[in-house]
Design a protein around this ligand. Structure first.
Ligand code: CA
Length: 225
């Protein structure tokens, strides 16, 4: 489950990201309103947590723009405790819920849980992209009539790509998602596992390949039929 967190207080953003990641959510954190719009439009999220006071574009503006563009992802607004008027403005602009700062972990997780369950629990069993199909239960990757078992790290890495098939993913992002924030994994670990994944993709004769994007990271690429 992917969550976009928009919060310009860096310590709070880091803490919230960590709490959510411990619960198994994938979290992208951005720190201003314009980046929030870029990310929200560029990736698929099941929830956006949106602070009101933000640089460049405030949370209400972000909310209005996203709703105007037809994005119906649930949005949880973060507001200052005193600002009751904020809540009304937020809900009128299309927010699904709000949380007043400071909030405790339990409260945050309860709201996040409620919003991500609201449309029925979506249990994805298979991730599909082009000719690939990845079983989330068994970590078996299939293409055409062939399949291959992925190791745990290969599975975590490939999931990041399949959830964000058009994005360039940095090694930093991949480490965070496959190894976790507290790990001592390095770029070298990522390179090794990417090479394992590439071997398996070649073995399956998939049209999907993992390309190096110079100095940025990796992105999926599809060979034409
Ligand atoms: Ca703020």
């Amino acid at each position: 489950m992917n969550i976009l967190l928009v919060e310009d207080e860096l310590n709070l953003a880091r803490a919230v990201k960590k709490i959510l990641e411990q619960q198994g959510y994938y979290v992208d954190a951005v720190h201003d309103g314009l980046s929030a719009i870029d990310y929200a439009k560029g990736m698929e999220y099941q929830l956006i947590i949106l602070d009101v006071m933000l640089p460049k574009l405030d949370g209400f503006e972000v909310l209005r723009i996203l709703r105007k563009d037809g994005l119906n992802v649930p949005i949880l607004m973060l507001t200052a405790r005193s600002a009751v008027a904020d809540k009304v403005t937020g809900l009128n602009s299309g927010a699904d819920d709000y949380l007043t700062k400071p909030f405790d972990t339990e409260e945050l997780l309860a709201r996040v849980g409620a919003l991500t369950r609201r449309r029925g629990e979506v249990i994805v069993e298979e991730l599909k992209y082009e000719d690939l199909s990845l079983s989330v239960q068994s970590a078996v990757l299939s293409c055409g009539g062939e399949s291959v078992q992925l190791s745990h790290k290969e599975f975590e890495l490939l999931k990041c790509f399949l959830y964000n098939p058009t994005m360039t993913l940095t090694k930093e992002t991949l480490i965070l998602r496959a190894w976790g924030a507290d790990s001592e994994a390095t770029d070298n670990n990522v390179e090794v596992y990417i090479s394992f994944l590439r071997k398996k993709l070649r073995y399956l004769r998939s049209r999907v390949a993992i390309r190096n994007i110079q100095k940025l990271g990796y992105r999926l690429e599809v060979e034409p039929c």
